[in-house]
Design a protein around this ligand. Structure first.
Ligand code: ADP
Ligand code: MG
Length: 488
């Protein structure tokens, strides 16, 4: 497709929903917030580009994702609403691709709220891990294996309920109504989360690989980091685990005996010795009553973000500039975002245009102009060995979220500055995302509202990068913190 014809293309409406803002992406997709303006409803739309070169195999995989995901209905599985396809050889004014309309996870990523190397307390880990096991038990009952359980595929809805998403790597291993299971052979997933048997060439049993994924997730919730780079002898930490030498060291020493036996049961190297999901669900740590279940959404949000509060990270993401009435009198066009849970999580922020819904907590306010802050952030990124592309100006009023190339500084004034960045985290996993800078004036304070939005990669690593940027010597002096704004 030529540049001139592609520039005329737009997004189709999907079941009455218009794609309005990019909110995430993965290895293969871009995810947008989608709004049905007639019905005042919001959703998410996952878009995968199709070209004339898209292989049959890739299409088969996408078909499977749609077929399987659309059949799954459970409280802890992200709801699939519908899908449409725009073929690349159709003569339509739309970007060719598969558009999957999904329930919006308005609470953002679960792991975006977890402080690196600190993790969450056992209570909140128990609360969410139980939901993960419930959702996965249902998925397995349908004969489906997820195969890509990892932090970035666990989202929260507006009420703070866990939603398993991304069935891009799933597989049907048991046909409904039969007891016949088949072994799987495709090697997939990313190394820190995959089960050891998946790196061998023999077919593997389906259910145990998801149980392993659950073990990695529970560990990551409690420790704020994954246990190893990869489950092979190449990894020092994994070798220490194999030889039982890790248990005297942090973070393993932090785990109580009950939860430790559950984690090691799920991370049994031999799949036949690994706990089954039913055994996980029946483990004493799992069946203990939860104190959180009966408490309200505000308490839930406070518990979830306790580690961010203690480190002061939340005061930076939300330095009390907002005009939101704490009792909930929030003026919002799209009410589906606003719940007591999302408000307590501080997912709304004050910008030039008013109160904006920003599901990511990796953001900050700085007391200087965007054009002065930009080079300071670029220096910090270079120092951190993170690659960045030249910044572009995005017209806030164009509605299509399109990017226009910058020329002079003036253009930035009315617009948002966006810069794509990417690199590798300490587990050698690729991350990508962007930094957005927007000018703000509020109650006599002027400066920049900066959002760091992750596209791909581990949310905890992304949070670590955010922390490094705001703590860098160039940026740190200008970061606005809550203390300065406390009313007497
Ligand atoms: N329904 C949704 N609501 C909010 N954010 C979403 C939703 N679906 C996906 N995302 C965001 O987009 C990212 C990529 O979506 P995912 O389905 O995992 O795509 P991929 O197959 O490309 O990994 C997720 O990690 C999440 O941050
Ligand atoms: Mg994903």
């Amino acid at each position: 497709m030529s540049q001139s014809s592609s520039s005329k293309l737009r997004f189709p409406k999907v079941a009455g929903y218009q794609l309005v803002k990019r909110i995430g992406g993965g290895g293969f997709s871009t995810v947008y917030r989608a709004v049905n303006f007639d019905e005042h409803r919001v959703a998410a739309c996952k878009m995968v580009t199709l070209t004339l070169e898209t292989t049959k195999q890739a299409r088969k995989t996408l078909d499977r994702e749609i077929r399987v995901h659309s059949a799954l209905k459970h409280e802890n599985v992200l709801e699939f609403i519908t899908a449409i396809c725009v073929e690349p050889d159709e003569d339509l004014p739309y970007y060719p691709g598969l558009y999957m309309l999904l329930e919006l996870a308005a609470g953002g990523d679960l792991f975006d709220k977890i402080a690196p190397d600190v993790g969450v307390g056992e209570e909140i880990a128990h609360y969410y891990f139980t939901q993960l096991v419930d959702g996965l038990t249902y998925i397995h009952e349908q004969g489906v294996c997820h195969r890509d359980l990892k932090p970035e595929n666990l989202l929260l809805d507006a009420a703070g309920t866990l939603k398993i998403c991304d069935f891009g790597l799933c597989s049907v291993y048991r046909l409904k109504g039969t007891n016949k299971t088949r072994r799987l052979c495709e090697l997939c997933g990313s190394l820190p989360y995959v089960a050891p048997e998946m790196s061998q060439t023999v077919p593997y049993a389906a259910e145990p690989v998801d149980v392993w994924g659950c073990g990695i997730i529970l560990f990551t919730m409690l420790a704020g980091n994954t246990p190893w780079d990869e489950p092979t002898k190449k990894s020092y930490e994994y070798s220490q685990y194999l030889h039982g030498l890790c248990f005297d060291a942090d973070p393993w020493t932090r785990f109580d005996r009950g939860v430790l036996s559950l984690i090691t049961g799920m991370l049994a190297v031999e799949p036949t010795e690994r706990m089954t999901l039913a055994e996980v669900a029946a483990h004493p740590w799992m069946i203990q009553p939860s104190q959180l279940v009966h408490k309200g959404p505000a308490t839930l949000a406070a518990h979830l973000t306790a580690s961010l509060r203690e480190s002061g990270d939340l005061d930076i993401a939300d330095p009390n500039l907002e005009s939101v009435d704490r009792d909930g009198d929030l003026v919002m066009g799209q009410n589906a975002h606003a719940s007591q849970f999302t408000q307590s999580l501080q997912l709304f922020s004050q910008t030039q245009a008013g109160t904006r819904y920003t599901p990511v907590l990796t953001r900050f306010y700085a007391a200087i102009d965007p054009l002065i802050l930009l080079p300071l952030i670029q220096d910090a990124l270079t120092e951190l060995k993170v690659k960045w592309k030249p910044a572009v100006a995005v017209d806030l009023n164009s509605g299509d979220d399109g990017e226009t190339n910058n020329g002079d500084g003036d253009k930035f004034k009315e617009k948002l500055i966006r810069m794509r960045i990417g690199g590798y985290d300490r587990r050698r996993l690729l991350f990508k995302g962007w930094v957005e800078l927007e000018h703000f004036t509020y109650n006599g304070t002027e400066g920049t509202f900066c959002v760091m939005q992750r596209d791909q990669g581990n949310p905890i690593s992304w949070r670590q990068l955010w922390k490094s940027v705001i703590m860098s010597p160039g940026v740190e002096p200008y970061v606005l913190r809550k203390r300065a704004y406390k009313k007497e």
